[in-house]
Design a protein around this ligand. Structure first.
Ligand code: FCB
Length: 455
């Protein structure tokens, strides 16, 4: 009997979890890994909550086999992880550290032997420090170094890995790393921000070509973007203009060059002379057709004009009476709104993945050993229902990845923000599957879920 209240997903839908190397691996100075900008940034006093760092993180570098077993317990058929550039090339360029590719080689084999499709991200923010010392993403040469690194990884894993993402959230890498200084490399420079933006995008385009040239099996190539659902705080002209400025900086500065081959005029004008020189051919490189696009969605942003905000006079509002997690507003309809907008306005590829979606919850283990993270279950259920709605409307969503597999090092927030389907006791590294992980398994087994009750 078919259950009419079950929202069923298409056959072959990818259900996965996502992680990033620096957030889970640890072993920061082991097996030949070079230092990254996050190793350096974590040592800056005051940069990270409680002075924490990713030196050990979830110790995945040593516990990857146990973690593979846990993935099988969750029942996922896909896993998105990132490769640590400084494990492959400790200096960013030059000699390959053999232990680096070996580690990912074993991980990929382990995934495949369990029927889990690897989705590999090449850059999830851990730039080799040696390249930062030469200017980092603000230096155009870094784009070519990234393409060289992509080729090395594709050479080694491309006989088995077919899903590749160049970058994770270039917007965050550029703006949070170079303008607000809350992430590595901790700069506060408008020039560095736009230089990093352009060079990250250029690096993406060069790496797309490198992956296609090097991988023995025809790869599917894309990237994961952090896109926002943005609403103006009011219908005043000022608030609407501020929302448009923010939309330009977060969304269109990436979507336009990738899918239209040009930067948005209003955002270029906003950047003014801070935008670096765009050389002939750059935009053609950046807009190389992709096989898929990944979208990371967490929240919406309500934006107002704020004359006191430096640089762009953009302020955020948290509407009273709405629902908030430890970090952001919980706003499921924003996901469908965003997907609808992106597919309507851009010639995006015919495969879309939700490459991240999740919520921090202050999870603790109860006396009976369970982690009752009911808020996470409600959050995931509401967002997966949005994905279902988008698919029902004809949008080509092919997979959904929960952020994250494990509790891990949440960047500037340290270990305080727990995003995992699996609880990690950081003192002992003991893993415990949370109620949300068991719930997710049931969704995967049913290839669908019960519609959330309307609130
Ligand atoms: C995203 C990042 C990911 C994680 C989540 C919570 O912006 O890509 O690494 O930190 O936020």
């Amino acid at each position: 009997m078919t259950d009419p209240t079950l929202l069923r997903f298409p056959e072959g839908f990818f259900w996965g979890t996502a992680t990033a190397a620096y957030q889970i691996e640890g072993a920061w100075n082991q097996a030949g890994r070079g230092p990254s900008i996050w190793d350096s940034f974590c040592r800056v006093p005051g940069a990270i909550r409680a002075g924490e760092n990713g030196d050990v993180a979830s110790d995945h570098y040593h516990r990857w086999q146990e973690d593979l077993g846990l993935m099988s317990e969750l029942g996922v058929n896909a896993y998105r992880f990132s490769i640590a550039w400084p494990r492959i090339l400790p200096d960013g360029v030059g000699a390959v550290n053999a232990a680096g590719p070996d580690f990912y080689d074993r991980l990929v084999d382990g995934l495949l032997s369990r029927g889990i499709t690897p989705f590999v991200t090449l850059y999830h923010w851990d730039l080799p420090q040696a390249l930062q010392d030469r200017g980092g993403w603000a230096n155009r040469a870094t784009a070519q170094h990234f393409a060289d690194y992509a080729r090395i990884v594709a050479d080694r894993l491309g006989d088995r890995v077919t899903r590749w993402m160049t970058h994770n959230e270039p917007f965050v890498a550029a703006l949070v790393g170079h303008l607000t200084g809350e992430h590595a490399p901790g700069l506060r420079s408008v020039e560095a921000t736009f230089a990093a933006t352009h060079h990250l995008l250029l690096a993406h385009g060069l790496a797309v070509a490198a992956l296609r040239a090097a991988a023995p099996r025809v790869p599917k190539v894309g990237l994961a973007l952090s896109l926002d659902c943005i609403h103006p705080a009011s219908d005043t002209v000022e608030d609407q203009a501020a929302a448009l400025r923010w939309d330009g900086l977060v969304n269109r500065l990436y979507l336009d060059p990738l899918f239209r081959g040009r930067y948005p005029d209003d955002t270029l004008a906003l950047a003014g002379p801070a935008f670096p020189t765009i050389q002939a051919g750059d935009l053609a490189t950046i807009s190389a057709p992709l096989d898929f696009v990944g979208i990371n969605y967490y929240t919406r942003e309500v934006i107002r004009h704020d004359a006191n905000e430096p640089v762009y006079q953009i302020g955020r509002v948290n509407p009273v009476g709405n629902d908030y997690s430890m970090m952001w507003e919980i706003y499921p309809p924003g996901l469908n709104e965003l997907l609808t907008r992106v597919t309507r306005e851009y010639a995006v590829p015919s495969e879309i993945y939700i490459t991240e979606n999740g919520i921090p919850v202050p999870d603790g283990i109860d006396a009976d050993g369970r982690v009752r993270d009911v808020r996470r279950v409600a959050y995931l259920q509401a967002h997966i229902a949005q994905v279902h709605q988008a698919i029902a409307a004809g949008l080509p969503i092919r997979g959904y990845f929960v952020w994250s597999l494990l509790d891990n090092f949440e960047w500037a927030q340290g270990y305080h923000m727990r995003f995992g389907l699996i609880h990690v006791d950081f003192a002992t590294q003991t893993r415990t599957i949370k109620d949300s992980g068991r719930w997710f398994r049931r969704v995967i087994d049913a290839n669908g879920l019960r519609a959330p009750r309307a609130s």
